[in-house]
Design a protein around this ligand. Structure first.
Ligand code: HEC
Length: 126
């Protein structure tokens, strides 16, 4: 009995595997469709350089960074304007602390900042 079902399983396996392979091959393709690769790359840098003040989901943190999902400044700015702001940082005011240039990560290149901007835009509803 045991040997019999073992043989059945071995015979059935290649058949199942090819079916599973077809599904596995199709899944990542459909999962990636429509996803912005720049935004995907920017997410990691956002987590490292920006999330401490703007929150992991960019909804902002009280008394620290602004909510970037609803920010009118983000909505009204070009990608270039946003990259310039991120490179410059912001001075402290009475209502918020300073934002360090590039979030305090000087190694971020323009390309990586552009990916961060794409990530922020991917989080917005507008
Ligand atoms: C040390 C805290 C801190 C870090 C780190 C930081 N920011 Fe900020 N950021 C701020 C503060 C404070 C402001 C001004 C908040 C305000 O205007 O209410 C700000 C403002 C901004 C604005 C303008 C928002 C608006 O509505 O005016 C953008 C865009 C922005 N930050 C993006 C980033 C990005 C992208 C990163 C990562 C590369 C980053 N920040 C890292 C603190 C930080």
């Amino acid at each position: 009995m045991l040997r019999g079902s073992g043989r059945t399983a071995r015979i059935a396996l290649p058949h199942l595997s090819s079916a599973c392979l077809a599904v596995l091959a199709a899944l990542p393709l459909s999962a990636c469709e429509g996803a912005d690769p720049a935004a995907a790359r920017g997410g990691g840098d956002f987590a490292r350089a920006c999330a401490a003040c703007h929150g992991t989901d960019a909804r902002g943190l009280q008394g620290l960074g602004a909510n970037l999902r609803t920010s009118e400044f983000v909505a009204d700015s070009t990608d270039e304007d946003l990259i310039d702001l991120i490179k410059a940082g912001k001075d402290a005011t009475d209502t918020h602390p300073a934002m360090p240039a590039k979030g305090g990560v000087p190694s971020l290149t323009d390309e990586r900042l552009a990916d961060i901007v794409a990530y922020i835009r991917s989080l917005r509803d507008d």
